[in-house]
Design a binder for this molecule. Structure first.
Ligand SMILES: *Cc1c(COP(=O)(O)O)cnc(C)c1O
Length: 416
């Protein structure tokens, strides 16, 4: 891994820094602004107050340098696999500040988490509760658990990223939650420590969070009546970012929904933001490969594709595009930006009005969350480089994949 920091000679502005990265690292390249992540983290930390915990949702962006930066800021982590736990630990994170979410945890993942001593398992079914209990007994450990409830609220977001309605695979229905906690008291080697929910992603309004909180609180009270007392309430992640001109609630108003009520009951507040910490801190630098005029429209073919940033193809997501460098002297004209992958869904942005030529450089904005994290080698394309910037310096945080990297572990079997 390459940790060489290259400081720009003069006091260059942001555009010049991107330009230098394009020249020296090549394209496509993801660039993450660590200062912006710090700013978002501090906004959350200030509004959270002492004693509460932010667990960054690693799945949004699991780059080691990004994780390392969040460790230094004091973050805890929300993981959804053993691999993410290993990444957090490699970045210097403390397992005692890790919560483990996800509908399916393997025995090996559960044992790894028990061995490392995580803060809490967010449990999503009775079947999982039994599985965790078995592994804890086997290892002679006690597993701290929380039940992830499904509050059945409409998060008013894209159906693929709504998780809190009763027809989703996530969480345990409210009317089954009490039975699940009762089972947890009966199984061996479990310690009930909390309750959690996560109703979806890219929420732009506070009402669904308030609705979910009200339902979770009712359960907390019901549990207390049964003699089950919790240490924390984890309200998940989900606060959106402005990909276009969305108006978003600020982090302080969001946390004000929960903070005083929980403090009054002596309960710790945990949140699991992903996108709202890293989403707008990332851009993707890409180069124009070809300009293709058809009878219907102008296609501008870029060197980035759906294998780098799946969001447009998967969710119909729209990303702002800006020109970093252009040699084009013609007027702007309508065009569709596409990638080289052999899929009609490989569109980076539709309905753009830009003046572009071959070799020009563009920025795809707001790709810090669910960008590289969802990238693949589809079409045998190496995954892009990842670069972090802080102040006016940049570091290659992950080298562009080589063809040898992509062949790793493959054998050339021939049955003659
Ligand atoms: C994805 C996820 C998050 C983070 O969601 P964001 O919308 O990125 O904030 C938090 N908690 C759980 C359980 C998740 O699955």
């Amino acid at each position: 891994m390459n940790f060489a920091v290259r400081i720009n000679p003069a006091s260059l502005d942001r555009q010049a820094l991107y330009q230098a990265i394009a020249d020296q690292v090549g394209t496509p390249a993801f660039v993450y602004d660590l200062d912006k992540i710090s700013q978002h983290y501090r906004d959350y930390a200030n509004a959270l107050g002492d004693g509460n915990l932010l667990c960054y949702a690693v799945k949004a962006n699991s780059n080691l340098s990004v994780l390392r930066h969040l460790v230094a800021l004091g973050a805890g982590f929300d993981i959804v696999s053993g691999g993410e736990l290993l990444r957090v630990v490699r970045a210097g994170g403390n397992p005692a500040k890790v919560v483990f979410s996800g509908v399916g945890k393997s025995d090996a993942e559960i044992r790894l988490a028990l061995d490392m001593g995580i803060k809490c398992f967010n449990v999503e079914s009775e079947s999982e509760l039994r599985r965790i209990s078995r592994q804890a007994v086997d290892l002679g450990k006690v597993a701290p658990i929380s039940i992830r409830v499904n509050p059945d609220v409409d998060a008013q977001t894209h159906p693929y990223i709504a998780t809190g309605m009763k027809d989703n695979k996530f969480g345990i229905a409210m009317d089954q939650a009490l039975a699940c906690y009762t089972l947890a008291t009966e199984l061996s080697n479990l310690r009930i420590v909390g309750v959690d929910c996560h109703i979806g992603s890219q929420l732009t309004q506070l009402a669904p969070f308030a609705d979910a909180f009200e339902r979770v609180l009712a359960l907390v009270d019901q549990l207390a009546e049964q003699g089950i007392h919790l240490n924390h309430v984890d309200m998940g992640g989900g606060l959106g970012i402005a990909y276009g001109n969305e108006n978003l609630p600020d982090k302080a108003s969001y946390l004000a929904l929960f903070r005083e009520t929980l403090a009054a009951r002596g309960l710790q507040l945990i949140i699991e933001p992903g996108r709202s910490l890293v989403g707008d801190a990332g851009v993707l630098i890409t180069e124009v490969l070809c300009i293709k005029d058809t009878a219907e429209k102008r296609f501008v073919v870029l060197d980035t594709a759906m294998n780098d940033n799946l969001r447009p193809a998967l969710y119909g997501a729209k990303h702002r595009i800006s020109v970093l460098q252009s040699g084009c002297t013609e007027p702007a004209r309508a065009c569709e930006l596409v990638g080289p992958v052999c899929e009609s869904a490989d569109v980076i942005a539709r309905d753009q009005k830009l003046a572009l030529d071959e070799g020009d450089l563009l920025l795809v904005h707001d790709v810090g969350a669910y960008g590289f994290a969802m990238s693949s080698n589809y079409n045998a394309r190496p995954r892009a480089a990842e670069v972090v910037i802080a102040g006016e310096a940049y570091t290659v945080a992950r080298e562009r994949e080589s063809f040898n990297d992509m062949l790793k572990g493959e054998t050339l079997y021939w049955n003659q």
